[in-house]
Design a protein around this ligand. Structure first.
Ligand SMILES: [Fe+2]
Ligand SMILES: [Fe+2]
Length: 283
């Protein structure tokens, strides 16, 4: 076990514990970041309840949480058939794990919505009633027709989700900021799993499940939908979200970061990255 009491005893120098020195206090509690880190209210205490929020920010958080929860619940519907049909037992177990994680993320987003009273509850009821094909974003209304779709979806679409979550890290709304670390660590498993599925298809072919061509087809199917998920490049909402300290990047900045991260991963597997304007619906 890490000895947290060492700090201040004079034993090892403070410098040797530099990463912990700021975040851990006597007693081992983690000191949260309490102030807004960017935007027009930088340095002010973070918002902790819906009542404290400026009306425009309140609307923005509700809107973003509704979309967030919608994607979580939609992906459960998309993964569901593969719980019984994934090629290996281990793949089935990971599918089950992903579905459980997405359900927890949906629950977490709904808990945030619940704090918004009647308005939040109305959204939750609506979200839980949505059927396949009725979701907000196109990527979540498409079926996983082949195992390669599961690989491409988790590698690409979940990765966009991760970029959206990273944009909320240490944001100005405390309850949302505190939800990020666990969600991000769970999503990392989904991304790695997706990349592994595609990699194995390319390397092992039918010995595993599918072919390199199937992997490439799936990448071409999901990549444009993943890029679309970031939203319009000139979005006024994304500009406002930064100003309120809610998001760190504009839609276009986040999209560029995604492309920079995913391109070498796909190329390293021997897969082609589709051109940025290929089959796009939202630019
Ligand atoms: Fe999720
Ligand atoms: Fe995920």
């Amino acid at each position: 076990m890490t000895d947290l009491s060492r700090e201040g005893t004079g034993a090892p120098s403070a410098a040797s514990h530099a990463p912990y020195a700021k975040t851990l206090r006597e007693g081992g509690t983690i000191e949260p970041v309490r102030e807004i880190l960017w935007g027009s209210a930088v340095g002010v205490r973070k918002y902790e309840t819906p009542d404290e929020l400026p009306p425009e920010l309140r609307k923005l958080i509700v809107k973003l949480m509704v979309v967030q929860a919608d994607t979580e619940f939609a992906s459960i519907q998309q993964h569901r058939p593969w719980l019984d049909h994934a090629p290996t037992l281990e793949d089935r177990w990971i599918e089950a794990r992903i579905v459980a994680d997405e359900a927890r993320h949906g629950l977490q987003a709904c808990r945030i919505l619940k704090d918004f009273g009647e308005e939040g509850q109305t959204w939750i009821d609506e979200l839980l009633a949505k059927k396949e094909g009725e979701h907000k974003l196109d990527a979540f209304n498409m079926k996983f027709d082949a195992w390669a779709d599961v690989g491409a979806f988790t590698c690409l679409v979940d990765r966009v989700g991760v970029f959206q979550l990273r944009a909320f890290q240490e944001c100005s709304y405390g309850p949302l900021a505190r939800a990020m670390p666990l969600m991000l660590s769970e999503e990392q498993l989904h991304l790695n799993f997706g990349a592994n599925v595609l990699r194995r298809m390319v390397r092992e072919g039918p010995k595993y499940a599918g072919t390199p061509e199937e992997a490439q087809t799936a990448v071409r199917r999901w990549y444009p939908r993943a890029l679309d998920m970031f939203g319009h490049s000139q979005s006024e909402t994304s500009r406002k979200a930064i100003e309120y300290g809610l998001k760190r990047w504009t839609n276009e900045e986040a999209r560029e970061r995604f492309v920079a991260e995913i391109s070498p991963i796909l190329q390293g597997m021997g897969l082609e990255v589709p051109p940025p304007d290929f089959d796009r619906r939202i630019t």
